[in-house]
Every structure is written in structure tokens, then in C-alpha cells.
Design a binder for this molecule. Sequence first.
Ligand SMILES: Cc1cc2nc3c(=O)[nH]c(=O)nc-3n(C[C@H](O)[C@H](O)[C@H](O)COP(=O)(O)OP(=O)(O)OC[C@H]3O[C@@H](n4cnc5c(N)ncnc54)[C@H](O)[C@@H]3O)c2cc1C
Length: 324
Amino acid sequence: MSVLVFAPVQGGILKKVALEAVSFGVRLARSRQSVCSVLCSASASADTVKQLLDLGVSVNYRVDHDLSDSDSVTYYMAQAAASCGAQQIVVSNTYMGKSVAPRLAVRMGIPLASGVIDFPQASETGWEVRRSVFSNKGYANLQVQGNSCVISITPNSFATESHPSGEMKTEHMVVAKGAQEGKIRLNRVDRVAGKIPLTEAERVVSAGRGLKGPENWHLVESLASSLDAATACSKPVSDMHWRPHEEHVGQTGITIKPDLYIAIGISGAIQHLAGVSSSKVIVAINTDREAPLFKVADYGIVGDAFDVLPRLTEAVQRFRAAHV
Ligand SMILES: Cc1cc2nc3c(=O)[nH]c(=O)nc-3n(C[C@H](O)[C@H](O)[C@H](O)COP(=O)(O)OP(=O)(O)OC[C@H]3O[C@@H](n4cnc5c(N)ncnc54)[C@H](O)[C@@H]3O)c2cc1C
């Protein structure tokens, strides 16, 4: 009996969400005197073996497949779960995880707890898990009956901890050709090179209509680059095609939970806040001191973005040159 985690790999290395999920899985296994097994693509570099070992993984299932479509991940996860007798399955609540987790739960006939943000607590009949609901305006504590469960964890909710296990077994999964193919086949993935994925970013610099037009985004990008941050925007900005839709955060866009969220020229409408209010530290820059974003911000600058941004970027660059 063990905990099984899906660890997505990109460019041969484990993604940040993979490290978080594996670390969570190891912690879960240790709390139940069990062991943690991990499924990843065989394209993972030799360094990932050491990383998994450092995190405390006991068994690494590797499969000769890029595992970039949810049909294949569901199939191989089910095979690996049967092989190691996994009772708890952990995935990250990314686009992929949102597709894989419910299918695995149905396939294995076990409950699903999605979007989990706190470590589960054992209860008399099973365990209690916590997730955010209503676009992060509230929390729900769910009672999961029994011992088995698929858990999808919210990215950026759990730290990565090291618990070196000493030894890790590697199992190469051999699967009959064609057995894993579902009704939808992924033909090609075009990745945006060099950009920090928004859902995984620890720091996000975001801007709204206050920036006046796309020609001014170099100011936002310069600040983001000085902070190693991802860029985001409000809905009207992407609707007007000032920025690509994948940068739109909020109720109808992406929900993010970075360590730092800087909102520039964004009023802070409730629909915008729904996607960003779980950020650990929020900074608002706005000319209007009554802008609703200031009510949720930890730090605020009442000022003109065109004046503040170049000075802030320069100050960050100077600070990092002296300290990093
Ligand atoms: C069903 C529904 C779903 C929605 N979903 C989303 C969503 O997911 N995400 C989202 O963002 N919105 C969403 N919206 C839209 C939302 O209600 C707001 O209209 C939107 O967030 C406003 O965008 P904004 O803050 O960029 O623009 P504005 O509201 O126009 O605010 C611009 C801000 O910039 C400030 N400003 C102006 N000039 C400067 C300057 N030079 N320097 C600094 N500050 C300046 C102004 O004071 C103002 O506060 C949704 C709306 C609906 C009805």
C-alpha cells in the first residue's frame, strides 16, 4: 500500500508543481507509515532521480511516453496504482490535473478531493481536507470517508521539503502498444519559450487599463524581468488584445496564488480579485487612492504608473545587483 504521485516533466526536468506534489505525497505517506511512489516520463534527466531520492521517494515508475496528454497520464497512473497498490493518489490541480484526477477517481472507484490547500487531517472515519471555494472567498472542509482518495493540490500551496529516503527503486513500465491511446490524441504542443508559466510563478507583475495601451507594456515587462516574475493582466486588457488571453487572471481567467502579486493600474473589481486574492503578498500601484485593490493590498503606492514603474524597476535592479 502506498501513495502514488504524478510528476510532470518539462524539458527533462521536474516542473515546480511536480516537486510540490511529490513533497506532499512523501509527507502523506510518512504520516501513514507508508511509502511514496512517483510516475514520470522516462525523458526525465538523471538529475531528477537524485531530486526524487532527496524528496524521499521509494519507487519511481518511468514510462517511455512524454505523458503530455490526460488520456495517457490517466492510463499509466491507473496501471502504476494497481502495481503498487496505491490507496492515495496525488496530482497537482493544473489543467492536466483537473482532467486526470476525476477520471482516475471514477476508474478506481474512490473519492476525489480537488483543489486542496492544507495538509489533510486524520479523522475517525477517514480524513478531513480543506479547499477554497467560491473563487477563494471561502473555505470548505470536506470529510473523506475511508482510506482511499484522489487528492489534487492547489499549486503554490505546499512547500517542497527534503526527506532523503536512502534508496529508490526504479520500475520501467512496459505497456502493450496502443493500449494507452484514448479517443483524443495530442498531436503537437507549442510552448511559449522563455516565459515563466503564470500558474507556477512565485512572483507575478500584472497590469490593467491604467497602462493606457499595449505600447506601454515594456514597463511591466521590465519590472517583471527584474523580479524573475511572470506577467498577467486584467480581463479588459486581454479583451482589447493588448495582451494574450493566457495572461488574463480573475473569475473568468486563471486563478493564481503567487508569493507576490503586483497590480498596476488595476481597479480591483471583485471579478479580478477572485483570481488573485489568495496571493501571499499583494502590492497595488494606482493613481486613485480609493481603488478597491488597496483594500486587499498589503502594500500600496498611490501614484502614476508611468512615474513609479521605471523608478521601482531601477530600485529592484540596484538592490539585486548589490545583494543577489
Ligand atoms: C461576469 C464578469 C466576469 C469578469 N471576469 C473578470 C476577470 O476574470 N478578471 C478581470 O480582471 N476582470 C473581470 N471582469 C471585469 C471587471 O469587472 C472589471 O471591469 C475589470 O477587472 C477592470 O479592469 P481594470 O482594473 O484593468 O480597468 P479599470 O476598472 O478601468 O481600472 C483602471 C485602473 O487604473 C487606474 N489608473 C489609471 N491611470 C493610471 C496610471 N497612470 N497609473 C496608475 N493607475 C492608473 C485607475 O485609477 C483605475 O483604478 C469581469 C466582469 C464580469 C461582469
